[in-house]
Design a binder for this molecule. Sequence first.
Ligand SMILES: [Zn+2]
Ligand SMILES: [Zn+2]
Length: 339
Amino acid sequence: MNQLSLSRNTSDSLKTKGKPASAPSLDTVQQVDINGREFRRASQGKSERWTARTPTKRDIVARLERVSAEDASRLKQCCSAFRVLTCGQHTLRSYPTFRCKKPFCPDCAAERANRLSRQTEAKIAEAMQTNNGRLCLLTLTTKNAATLDGGLSKLKKSFANFKRKKVFKERIKGYFGAFEYTFNPKTNDFHVHLHLIVLRGKFWNQSDISDAWRDVTGDSFIVDIREIKNAHKGVKEVCKYPMKPADLMKMPDDKFLEVVKMKKGTRMFVSGGCFYNVKLDDADDAADGNVFTQFAELTEGDACPFCKQELFDVFVNRQQHIGLHELNAMPNVVKNNSS
Ligand SMILES: [Zn+2]
Ligand SMILES: [Zn+2]
């Protein structure tokens, strides 16, 4: 393992170029074109908007320290250091040395959302090859709930009954969905809803869906269905974060703690019909934070596919990592073998 020392030159450029220190580093997914030897930075504008609108991880840690010191320290550790495979000029692979995998962690939520939408899109495309129908986005909502757990279980139970309905089976050939919740500080309760990507066979209009939904919920009838023109966008809509980190900051301590202490492994997805096998493959750890998955096989000592220099592993801190991804490469790294 080589130790990293960045030259003065590099740390200066990291400081100026890698400005948004609070940006979730892995939210900015990079792609690389091997043949064109061209690095492209994707969705940078989005990641800047994200920074402006959401609390920083530091804010969440500070808030968490008041209610659960243990979770606060894990969140602090998460993505604070990265292991990077580089030739000194090109970054082939990087992943955090520790991940908390908590849904309220901006880093882990972003990584999970990216991975989920990648996997989901591929699996839905596969299912669509043998099934006909219109891809639609269906949203089902329930009345606000005082507790997150209560709201979630009511919605889950309602959906379980909904999908058993004859009319659902007749119209929907496949579905994949994720639960999402928001918090309303005025009424001090949670709004839990379910976003689904469905493959609709026969047309099913909104008011009929609303009637069927009221039938199973007893009191809720607000639904929305719309055709998806762009499957990629539709998948993104369903696979985004289960909650907005900004909502966390609006919660009183008891609600905040409820979210933080939500049972590990609480099911947040549903799937069935021809989309039955669409689910998040959590065992796929190779993809966890691994920006350039096509380089998964490379290790220390191999030649860089771009410049043929020898690759080595380095540890960088969060600040350096953000800078490194902003620059799309790691210039002026001095290999230091003295350790
Ligand atoms: Zn995390
Ligand atoms: Zn190289």
